[in-house]
Write a protein that binds this ligand. Structure first.
Ligand SMILES: NC(=O)c1ccc[n+]([C@@H]2O[C@H](COP(=O)([O-])OP(=O)(O)OC[C@H]3O[C@@H](n4cnc5c(N)ncnc54)[C@H](O)[C@@H]3O)[C@@H](O)[C@H]2O)c1
Length: 251
C-alpha cells in the first residue's frame, strides 16, 4: 500500500484522529496539507513532521476555497481529501439553541458540503480522486444528550452515498465510522461526570470486544488504506472501526 507523493488534505489535521493521519501519511511519503483552526498546533506539526499547515475554518466557504487554492498552488493537484474536522456539543435537547445548531451542523455537515463543492471540480479535472469523510457510530447509536451530534453524523452517512453516486467515474467517496477513540474530543465528552476520565475509560474498555479504546493511529492506518489505490473498488460505504462495539447485544 502506498501513499508516496500523493497530495492529501486532512481537515482537523492538527488534533486527535486528524493529527495522526497527518503524521502517518507524511511518514508514508505523502504531501500532506493539514487544515484546522489550531494555529499553534499547526505550526508545531509543520515544523516537526514536515506537513504543510493551512489555517481554515471548514464552516466558512471562503476559507475552504482558500484551502483548496493554496493546496493547488503548493502541489498542483489533490489526490485525496480526508474530511475529518468535527465538533461535539452535548446537552439535553430542551437546552439546544441556534448557536449550538450552527456550531455542530456548520462544521460537521456544512463543512463537508463546502469541501466537496470545491474539491470535486479539481478531482473531475484530474479524472481521479478520493474523498474520505469521518462519520461516527453516533450515526447509529442513540447516545443520550448527543442528539445534534448524532443527527449531524447520520447526515454524513447519507452524504457519502450521495456524493459517491454524483462523482461517479472520477472520484471515490468513502467514510470512516470511529467508535471510542482516545482523543481530546473523547476526553471533552467526559466533562461533568463525577468520575475521573481514566476510570470512565477503564469501564468503557471492559465493554469493547477488543478490550481497549481505539487510538488515533488505528484510524490513520485504516484511512491510509481506504484512500490508497489498493482500495480502488471500495466506494459509497463507511468502514466501522469500533473494536466490535456495534455488535454488542443491547442487554
Ligand atoms: N474521538 C472519538 O471517539 C470519535 C468517535 C467518532 C467520530 N469521531 C470524529 O472524528 C473526527 C475527529 O475527532 P477527534 O476525536 O480527533 O477530535 P479532536 O477534537 O481531537 O479534533 C478535531 C479537529 O477538528 C478541528 N476543527 C474543529 N472545528 C473546525 C473548523 N470549524 N474548521 C476546521 N477545523 C476544525 C479541530 O481544530 C481539531 O483539529 C471528528 O469528525 C469526530 O466527530 C471521533
Amino acid at each position: 500500500m502506498s501513499l508516496k507523493s500523493k497530495v492529501i488534505i486532512v481537515t482537523g489535521g492538527t488534533s486527535g484522529i486528524g493529527e495522526a493521519c497527518s503524521r502517518h501519511f507524511a511518514r508514508l511519503g505523502a504531501k500532506v496539507v493539514a487544515a484546522s483552526i489550531q494555529r499553534k498546533e499547526g505550526r508545531t506539526l509543520a515544523k516537526v513532521h514536515g506537513v504543510h499547515f493551512v489555517h481554515a475554518d471548514v464552516s466558512d466557504e471562503k476559507s475552504v476555497q482558500s484551502l483548496v487554492s493554496r493546496t493547488l498552488e503548493l502541489h498542483g493537484r489533490i489526490d485525496a481529501l480526508v474530511s475529518n474536522a468535527g465538533v461535539l456539543r452535548m446537552g439535553p435537547v430542551s437546552e439546544f439553541d441556534e448557536a449550538m445548531w450552527d456550531a455542530v451542523m456548520g462544521v460537521n455537515v456544512k463543512g463537508n458540503l463546502w469541501l466537496a463543492k470545491h474539491v470535486a471540480p479539481v478531482m473531475k479535472g484530474q479524472g481521479r480522486g478520493v474523498i474520505c469523510i469521518t462519520t461516527s457510530v453516533a450515526a447509529f447509536v442513540g447516545f443520550p444528550n448527543h442528539t445534534l451530534y448524532c443527527a449531524s453524523k447520520g447526515a454524513l452517512e447519507a452524504l457519502v452515498r450521495s456524493l459517491a453516486v454524483e462523482l461517479a467515474g472520477y472520484a471515490r467517496v468513502v467514510g470512516v465510522c470511529p467508535g471510542t477513540i482516545d482523543t481530546p474530543m473523547l476526553a471533552s465528552s467526559c466533562k461533568g461526570w463525577a468520575k475521573p476520565v481514566a476510570e470512565i475509560y477503564a469501564e468503557v474498555e471492559k465493554k469493547i470486544p477488543v478490550r481497549r479504546l481505539g487510538t488515533p493511529l488505528d484510524m490513520a492506518r485504516a484511512i491510509a488504506f481506504l484512500i490508497s489505490d489498493e482500495a480502488a473498488y471500495i466506494n459509497a460505504t463507511c468502514l466501522v472501526m469500533d473494536g466490535g462495539t456495534l455488535a454488542l447485544p443491547p442487554w
